[in-house]
Design a protein around this ligand. Structure first.
Ligand code: ADE
Ligand code: ZN
Length: 337
C-alpha cells in the first residue's frame, strides 16, 4: 500500500504540467476489454487470465499486440479505445500526447487507412470535446516491413494529409529485423519533405548502431527509447549537442527485458550526460503502469528533485509535436508548479 507521503507525491505529479511523447494505442487495451471482445469473437487467448500480461520479451509482446488489435474490428471499438486512452491521459494530468499507431497490427483495417483514421479520430475528437487532452498521431511502420510497403504508407499519408497526423514513426523488433535503417531511409526522407515530423524506435532492441542510423539515415526529430545510447560516448555527445530528445519508458524496458531492474536503467546517466530525456509509458494498460507512476519511480529510484522533475516535464512538452499554442500553455503552467 502507498504511504501518505507517496500519495501526496502522486497528487503533485498529477498536477505537474507535462506531455507524453511515447505511447502506443496498441498498448491501451484494458485486459477486461480484451477478454470481453475475445469472447464475443470466439478468439481463444494464449494464456490464462492471471498470466495474460506476462510477456517473455519484445517478440512475445508484439505477437500479443497482433491478437489484441485484431479484435478491434469495428469503428465503435476503435473509437472506444481512443477515448479510453484520452481518459488515461487525463488521469495522469497529461496535457497533450503524441500517440503511435502501427497499421500492421490492426488486421481488420488492412487497406482501409482512411477509414481506420476516421474511427480513431472520432474517439479523440469526442474526448477533446469532453475536455480531455489533445492528441496528435504518429503513424508507424514496422521494422520487418519492406521498403516498398514503407513508401506506400508514406504516399498514402502524404495524399491523405490527415490533420491529426503529425509524424511518421517506425517501431517493432530490430533484433529480428536486423539493420533496417537503409531500407527505410527513402520513406523517411519523403515524409520529412512532406512536412511530417519523424520519430524512430531505436536503441531498445538494437544497440547504439540503431540510434546512429535513426539520426544519420532517418532524420529522427526524436528517438523512442534510445536507452542503449548509454553504451557509446560519442553517440551521447552527438545526442546532447544536437539536442535530439529521447522518449524513455522505464517500466517497459524492465518488463520487456532490456534491463533487469530499475536500478540498472540508464535514464539518470543519460540525463546527467546532457541528453534530453522525457518519461513515458509506452504501452500502459498492457504493462500495468501510468505516467505519474513512471515519474514517481524515477524520483524514488534516482532521487530526482522537483527541479529535475520539472526539467524532464519541460523536455516532454518541448519535444512533443503539439502546436505552438498547446506547448506554450503547458510551459506557462509548468513555471508555476
Ligand atoms: N510497439 C509497441 N510497443 C513497442 C516497443 N516497446 N518496442 C517496439 N515496438 C513496439
Ligand atoms: Zn514504443
Amino acid at each position: 500500500m502507498n504511504s501518505p507521503s507517496s500519495n501526496d507525491d502522486l497528487d503533485r505529479l498529477r498536477a505537474l504540467p507535462k506531455a507524453e511523447v511515447h505511447l502506443h494505442l496498441e498498448g491501451c487495451f484494458e485486459p477486461s476489454v480484451i477478454e470481453q471482445w475475445a469472447k464475443s469473437e470466439g478468439v481463444v487467448l494464449p494464456r490464462p487470465r492471471e498470466d495474460l500480461l506476462k510477456f517473455s520479451g519484445l517478440a512475445d509482446f508484439l505477437g500479443f499486440l497482433d491478437l489484441a488489435c485484431g479484435l478491434a474490428s469495428t469503428r465503435e471499438r476503435l473509437a472506444e479505445l481512443s477515448y479510453g486512452l484520452s481518459r488515461r491521459l487525463a488521469e495522469s494530468g497529461t496535457g497533450y500526447a503524441d500517440v503511435i499507431i502501427n497499421p500492421t497490427h490492426w488486421h481488420s483495417w488492412q487497406g482501409r487507412l482512411r477509414e481506420m483514421l476516421d474511427a480513431i479520430d472520432a474517439g479523440f475528437t469526442a474526448a477533446e470535446q469532453d475536455g480531455l487532452p489533445a492528441v496528435g498521431l504518429c503513424i508507424s511502420l514496422l521494422r520487418t516491413q519492406s521498403a516498398d510497403a514503407a513508401i506506400e504508407l508514406v504516399s498514402s499519408l502524404v495524399s491523405l494529409r490527415y490533420p491529426r497526423v503529425v509524424a511518421l514513426s517506425v517501431d517493432g523488433n530490430e533484433a529480428t529485423a536486423g539493420r533496417t535503417g537503409p531500407r527505410f531511409a527513402e520513406a523517411f526522407r519523403r515524409a520529412g519533405d512532406a512536412g511530417l515530423r519523424r520519430t524512430v524506435h531505436a536503441g531498445e532492441s538494437s544497440g547504439p548502431e540503431g540510434v546512429w542510423d535513426a539520426i544519420d539515415l532517418l532524420g529522427a526529430d526524436r528517438i523512442d527509447h534510445g536507452v542503449r545510447a548509454i553504451e557509446d560516448a560519442s553517440l551521447l555527445a552527438t545526442l546532447a549537442e544536437r539536442a535530439i530528445p529521447l522518449g524513455i519508458c522505464p517500466t517497459s524496458n524492465i518488463a520487456l527485458g532490456v534491463y533487469p531492474s530499475i536500478q540498472e536503467h540508464p535514464i539518470e546517466r543519460l540525463r546527467a550526460a546532457g541528453v534530453l530525456v522525457s518519461v513515458n509509458t509506452d504501452d500502459p494498460a498492457l504493462l500495468s503502469t501510468s505516467l505519474v507512476r513512471e515519474y514517481q519511480l524515477c524520483r524514488s529510484t534516482f532521487g530526482w528533485s522537483d527541479e529535475i522533475t520539472k526539467a524532464v516535464a519541460r523536455t516532454s512538452i518541448e519535444s512533443s509535436f503539439a502546436t505552438d499554442d498547446v506547448k506554450s500553455k503547458l510551459l506557462d503552467a509548468l513555471t508555476g508548479w
